[in-house]
Design a binder for this molecule. Structure first.
Ligand code: MN
Length: 259
């Protein structure tokens, strides 16, 4: 099972989350919201071979933490994964759009310079801007749009420039989320929980709840949960094969400009 976007460090007991994920054999991408949080969050994953820690600077914190970009640059050589990064054009955040763009553009430029990264991206109310920027810096790496909530047209554009997607139980609960997931290329989807922000009927989701998303995808695809799980693990394998050293050479993002 896979939880490719989870905030392990933000649970009340991160050590317990790591232990539970390990016991259940789950592959976890542990995303961070600030460069400063990365060091101790990466420490949590030490010795756990299925957990990777992504270096992030969350768009909702960009206006408070943009001064950590220097630290981001310093730490970047130590992580193959970048996230959570992105833009948020929603209420309460769009007034900080200039600083968000500065942070996101800097992260893309540094990732490009560093040979490319696998990136977990937040695109709420900002899909067009995100895609425009990704297409402009194809060497930044492989973008995974997490909890995509744009339109069907935006989804097509994202797919055209080579984006992947991570989807979770909270997104797939609604009809819109399910119809978007149905339109995503089946070989470019991973499951996520976005816990503890992602919630289920019993409160914050945990990595094991990625199983709910596997079952939801199985229904959407019209196959068994076992077959869906196999597809998702194949996807993870193909993603892992595109290491940073290879990303530039075989960038999944085409140079095609977005109309
Ligand atoms: Mn998140």
């Amino acid at each position: 099972m896979i939880d490719f976007h989870c905030h392990l460090d933000l649970y009340p007991d991160p050590v317990r989350e790591v232990r539970d994920a390990e016991a259940a054999g789950i592959y976890v991408l542990s995303v961070t919201t600030t460069p400063r949080a990365w060091v101790r969050t990466a420490q949590l994953a030490k010795g756990h071979k299925r957990i990777r820690t992504a270096l992030g600077l969350h768009p909702q914190l960009a206006h408070e933490r943009h001064n950590e970009l220097g630290l981001f640059e310093e730490l970047l050589p130590r992580s193959r994964y970048v996230g959570e990064i992105g833009l948020d054009g929603g209420p309460g955040y769009r007034e900080h759009s200039a600083l968000q763009r500065k942070v996101f553009d800097t992260v893309l430029r540094l990732s490009d310079k560093g040979g490319g990264r696998i990136m977990s991206i937040h695109s709420r109310h900002a899909v067009d801007e995100i895609l425009e920027r990704l297409a402009a810096v194809p060497g930044a790496g492989l973008p995974i749009l997490h909890w995509f909530s744009g339109s069907a047209t935006q989804l097509r554009r994202a797919t055209d420039i080579g984006c992947w997607f991570s989807v979770g139980p909270a997104m797939l609960r609604g009809a819109k989320g399910r119809s978007l997931a149905k339109a995503m290329p089946r070989d470019r989807i991973l499951t996520e929980t976005d816990g503890p922000f992602g919630k289920g009927p019993n409160g914050p989701l945990h990595p094991v709840d990625a199983w709910v998303a596997v079952k939801q995808l199985a229904t959407i695809w019209g196959i068994s949960p076992g077959e869906a799980e196999k597809q998702l693990l194949d996807n993870l394998r193909s993603l892992s094969a595109s290491g940073p050293d290879h990303i530039r050479a075989r960038s999944p993002i085409s140079q095609r400009t977005i109309a």
